[in-house]
Design a protein around this ligand. Structure first.
Ligand code: ADP
Length: 512
């Protein structure tokens, strides 16, 4: 190996202990990664979907077998509690594999579509052709599922994959690489490039056939600009500032438990966590009391019974501090937690609820990605819809009420990639649903049928049996114009006149 390799020293965020070292992939290897990916694509793309699914089955078996070991690696590398590693990172990955094994073949097979009568005698199809080498750049908050779901989707569709996992959780990146090696994927089909954002940037510049990025809005915009130079298609899964709306007629105890979970799961480092809580005015004081009680009962720590783990990425703490400082300076009130100057230096942040906030504050407009929950009272349905839509984000939202009609009415008016009624976040757990954001929360969708098809060129095929000598729309045009006028009039009028249509069709045909 000619180039010297930098080492990533891995520190467990919750304990501060060194838990490993990972060698960075030298940037000089970018070209050979793409070359390997292209070579492997020739064979991999030629396999049937069902043959590719056999590799996914092996992958699944390994993950099931090593479930506890993997959960431990995820929990140590991120600081999240082990229950969340299992429930929110490993389980969705396994379920995603299952979904693809079950439905992949049908989603990717040639689809017959109707052919209009104007194209008489022909057949029409859509074909899904794999794109080539897909670059997947993944984040640190759910380091397994946010890398693995795009990977298995791209692979099932016939692409080869280069993964650049987050340098913040490199042990999970290594674990993913090991699982694929163990599952016996052919050489070059899956390659993992470890390292920092410079490695990510070098691979982005390496002209992949598709880029699937999950991360911050800031980095998403950089990647989109680089991709635009060569018109490389992308999917961008970015941030959120998700509203949770609680109406007076909701099951309030459930909503309070739901709010505590949706705001503080994974220490709030979730693109779809509840980051703004709107509560109908007439139950506001009562609801606040219920919410505070729920939060007081939560246990932060690292043991198996803990509810909330540590922050994963230290830089995130400063962002939360700034937002909370800004809010408190402008008159916000702490309902739970401490003011930032009293925060200890560690990675466990106080679970913080603030009231007396307004829509000009950073804590309402900017993604927190930490355990901060601002609460705002509202009076009417129209008002809360307009408040909920008043940020640059639109990833997920939740509406809490026992009135089904009202819930659906409000859900339809939210500018959001997903809305959950009387629960939060969990739309991502149904692999039959599309996942993605509106506005600056992203571009494109994955999961569901779209999740496999985005990794393909969607190809339209029209097939003629080739037995006729000519077509009516071919040359010569002589004397055809008035006949076409009549043909189209009979065809496009309110009630189609098939007799005249047939007459003019045959008369045009004779002119050929
Ligand atoms: P965060 O700041 O929360 O870590 P990022 O969006 O910066 O979120 O990181 C998500 C992923 O994007 C990581 O794998 C990171 O290494 C990668 N990344 C960061 N900057 C770039 C860049 N300029 N080009 C390509 N990848 C990048």
């Amino acid at each position: 190996m000619g180039a010297t390799q930098e080492k990533l020293i891995v520190i467990a965020p919750a304990t501060g202990k060194q838990i490993g070292e990972i060698l960075e992939t030298p940037i000089s290897q970018v070209d050979s990664f793409y070359q390997n990916g292209k070579t492997a694509f020739l064979q991999w793309s030629n396999l049937d979907v069902s043959d590719r699914a056999k590799y996914l089955l092996k992958l699944k078996a390994i993950i099931v077998e090593q479930m506890e070991e993997i959960a431990k690696i995820i929990a140590e590398d991120t600081g999240k509690v082990v229950t969340e590693a299992l429930v929110a990172d490993i389980m969705p990955t396994l379920d995603g594999i299952d979904h693809i094994i079950k439905h992949g073949e049908k989603i990717l097979q040639r689809q017959k579509v109707k052919t209009p009568i104007l194209l008489i005698g022909k057949k029409s199809f859509i074909e899904y052709m794999p794109r080539g080498v897909v670059l997947i750049i993944s984040p640190w908050n759910y380091p397994m599922q946010l890398a693995m779901i795009p990977m298995i989707s791209a692979l099932a569709a016939g692409n080869t994959v280069i993964l650049k996992p987050s340098e913040v959780t490199p042990l999970v990146g290594k674990c993913i690489e090991d699982i694929f090696v163990k599952a016996g994927f052919p050489e070059g089909v899956v390659q993992v490039a470890h390292g920092s954002k410079e490695v990510g940037a070098a691979f982005t510049n390496g002209k992949p056939d598709y880029i699937f990025f999950t991360g911050s809005v800031r980095t998403g915009k950089i990647i989109q600009q680089v991709a635009a130079k060569d018109l490389i298609p992308t999917t961008l899964e970015l941030g959120g500032k998700d509203p949770m709306i609680v109406f007076a007629d909701a099951h309030l105890e459930r909503a309070a438990k739901g709010a505590a979970w949706a705001a503080f799961t994974n220490s709030g480092q979730v693109c779809m966590s509840a980051e703004r809580l709107y509560v109908e005015k007439n139950i506001y004081p009562q609801f606040l009391t219920l919410l505070k009680k729920e939060i007081m009962d939560l246990k932060q720590g690292t043991d198996v019974d803990s509810d909330v783990g540590s922050m994963t990425f230290r830089s995130q703490i400063q962002i939360c501090k700034d937002q909370l400082d800004d809010a408190l300076r402008k008159g916000a009130r702490l309902e739970t937690g401490l003011s930032p100057e009293k925060w200890e230096n560690g990675m466990f942040l106080p679970l913080t609820v603030v009231t007396n906030v307004n829509h000009q504050m950073k804590i309402i407009q900017e993604e927190s990605f930490g355990p901060l929950l601002p609460v705002i009272p509202f009076e009417s349905e129209e008002e809360v819809i307009s408040l909920a839509n008043d940020t640059v984000y639109g990833l997920n939202a939740s509406v809490w009420t026992k009135d089904k009609e009202k819930a659906r009415r409000v859900a339809s008016k939210l500018v959001s990639g997903a809305v959950v009624i009387n629960d939060a976040i969990i739309s991502i757990a149904n692999h039959g649903l599309p996942f993605g954001g509106a506005k600056q929360s992203g571009i494109g969708r994955y999961h569901g049928d779209a999740g496999l098809r985005i990794f393909c060129h969607e190809k339209a095929i029209v097939e003629d049996n080739g037995r006729k000598k000519s077509e009516i729309h071919w040359y010569p045009y002589k004397e055809k114009y008035p006949l076409f006028l009549q043909l189209f009039k009979s065809y496009f009028q309110t009630k189609r006149d098939w007799v005249r249509f047939a007459q003019y069709y045959l008369r045009i045909l004779k002119k050929n």
